[in-house]
Design a protein around this ligand. Structure first.
Ligand SMILES: [Zn+2]
Length: 335
């Protein structure tokens, strides 16, 4: 089922990434559309769009695969205090939208089946973008906040992949978006190919069993293993200052019933040693993910224990509701 929401996710999560503009652009569009406006000029889009990219550059200097971008140079100059906010706005209008307005609606080389705006840049009476109902409805939907969080998460993954030289398929599993269930699911065929990928790693480690209920997971793509954020993804929409939750240390494979039941909650604390043990085991077994995991949560088991404990504490302060996994199948370490 093609919906405004499923196509938006497909664009943000699976569109090509040669630069991170589209994340900033998508986030800015959603924010403006949430105010109910149906027309926006580039001058109005520019401040927020540039702000998001300036923040990203401070987080991670590499925000594109092209050698040079005059627009990103302007953002860097702003960060360095060499350009004031008005000048940045003008440079953004001039340089920042050249590709992204055309590129955003593209999916795998074709036009996405849903249009979110009409390009009216050449309209002499009201230049800018006309925001279509599809975008306004999306911005007002109950899932708008999730979409914001997914955008942030994807953005961080892409920039981390560029910064580390590790492909994003290794940092995060190769996922297929299933528009019917609106879940990201693993494709079994891809999993076999991607031997160094996270999915393969986790799947092998978990022996095809759900991390929470220990049941054998279904294998069809609709209900099959779902990549699960232990500490919820939603934290990225909060003032979260713990380790990046959209990273391998925090990802497990879950069956659909557990994923559905857990929703935006952390598991209850007694489950957490499973995750700590899993990360320690992958590191100690000299798994290819060893270095990545150590970089994410610590060099030694003691540091990792403290990192995890603190992350859990902060996460449950921000999002206090926790979920108790089914206990009958055992949730302890059984490795
Ligand atoms: Zn389960």
């Amino acid at each position: 089922m093609v919906t405004g929401e499923s196509v938006w996710r497909a664009i943000v999560l699976y569109g090509a990434n040669s630069a991170t503009y589209k994340f900033a652009f998508g986030a800015t569009l959603l924010e403006i559309a949430a105010t109910g406006r149906n027309h926006v000029t580039l001058e109005e889009l520019a401040p927020r769009y540039a702000e998001l990219l300036c923040q990203a550059l401070q987080r991670q200097p590499r925000q594109g695969t092209a050698g040079r971008s005059k627009f990103l140079d302007a953002c860097r100059a702003f960060n360095a205090g060499e350009l004031d906010v008005d000048a940045l706005g003008r440079r953004t209008v001039q340089l920042g939208f050249n590709n992204v307005i055309d590129a955003f609606p593209q999916l795998s080389g074709g036009q996405a089946p849903v249009r979110y705006y009409e390009d009216q840049r050449k309209n002499s009476v009201a230049p800018g973008l006309t925001l279509r109902d599809e975008l306004l409805e999306l911005a007002e939907s109950v899932h708008a906040q999730d979409l914001g969080a997914e955008t942030v998460a994807r953005w961080r993954l892409v920039e981390t992949a560029w910064a580390t030289g590790i492909s994003d398929a290794v940092l995060a599993p190769p996922l297929v978006y299933d528009p019917d269930t609106q879940h990201l699911v693993l494709q079994t065929k891809q999993r076999r190919k991607s031997v160094t990928g996270v999915v393969a790693a986790l799947s092998g480690y978990q022996d095809g069993r759900c991390a929470y209920c220990n049941q054998v997971m279904a294998r069809d793509t609709r209900t099959g293993p779902i990549v699960e954020h232990v500490l919820p993804w939603k934290l990225l929409t909060r003032p979260w200052n713990g380790p990046d939750v959209d990273a391998i240390w925090n990802l497990v494979l879950s069956c659909k019933p557990c994923n559905d039941a857990k929703r935006d909650r952390a598991p209850h604390e007694p489950w957490m040693p499973w995750l700590e043990q899993r990360n320690n085991d992958l590191i100690e077994s000299r798994h290819p993910l060893r270095e990545v995991l150590m970089a994410q949560i610590g060099e030694t088991a003691a540091v990792r224990h403290a990192t995890l404990k603190l992350a859990y504490q902060r996460a449950t302060e921000l999002l206090p509701a926790v979920w108790a996994p089914p206990t009958s199948q055992g949730n302890g370490v059984e490795l």
